[in-house]
Design a protein around this ligand. Sequence first.
Ligand code: UD1
Length: 342
Amino acid sequence: MARKILVTGGTGYIGSHTVVKLQESGFDVIIVDNLSNSSIEVLDNIEKITGIKPEFEQFDLADKEKTDSFFSRNSDIEAIIHFAASKAVGESVEKPLLYYRNNLVSMMNVLECQIKYDVPNIVFSSSCTVYGQPDVLPVTEQTPRKDAESPYGNTKRVNEDILSDTAAANSKLKTIALRYFNPVGAHKSALIGELPLGIPNNLVPFITQTAAGLRDELKVFGDNYNTPDGSAIRDYIHVVDLAKAHVVAINRLLSNKNKSNYEIFNLGTGNGYSVLEMVKGFEKVSGVKLNYKIVDRRAGDIEKIWADTTFANEELGWKAEKGLEDMLLSSWNWEKHLRKIE
Ligand code: UD1
């Protein structure tokens, strides 16, 4: 019997790619998602890629009764990957309570059910946002966290604390928090990818939508940072590399290879690229000239960050394999597939 993994938020961007990798590694997957920021068709597209339609239940994990009922009916779940969360930074500033409710209450409901129904293993989606603008680069897992710039960022930080406090009090619980740098790219089939609702906040979907003609121009937020070309630097990582890291983390927990019952790993490539390098890189791989203009910095943005990946590489035996070309080309292929561009 295949081992069963619950993937919350499994129809979302990183979730759907992770479901594919879990199925390809022989796991059974059950998805819980409220479809607030994803589409039911993702299930069919996962099936087109892997030949297996994942089990699915639609409800909100912030609803305690529904969450409890789900766990009481699914006693064969051995591990959880908890992606389900709201993630728009700007919206979180406007609607902080919505973000705290969605992201914190759902996390607590899942943890309470883990303890009640004896599901020991959980992998949590954290973010490099917990580091703020670090004083020293690259950032290791020991780099001190800083105050969050937004309620969204704060939910990542507080959820890490909730998980580590709960792990400290429950020796049977085993938790891995994965701090993602900037996930981009899409599955090579172009059947799944990032589906931003409305105007994208993130750089790469904005680039591909501009190239596809949905947006008039890309705004480059700031060219007066203390970086070689003046634009801000991030560590972009291919979503398929990220998905593979989740399978590694699940195998680590299921085979009791974890060294403590609360572990943290940075997931990046270790390479930083500037916004202007991303623009030029995109033009090169797509052959499309981007209409862009330099504007003021975006409030709350940091100047530069990239990961020290040594710990993840050595301890997990995982390394990001895909480079910038693949990230940008797969994002473009996904956008073209969505917009039916030849
Ligand atoms: C953002 C969030 C971060 C979150 C991550 C999720 C902020 C401040 N941070 O990271 O908390 O975990 O998304 O994916 O929102 N850029 C442009 N023009 C654009 C869009 C972006 O120049 O139209 C620049 C940004 O200024 C930044 C870089 O591109 O320098 C990357 O931006 P983005 O993709 O939004 O990611 P982060 O801001 O790093």
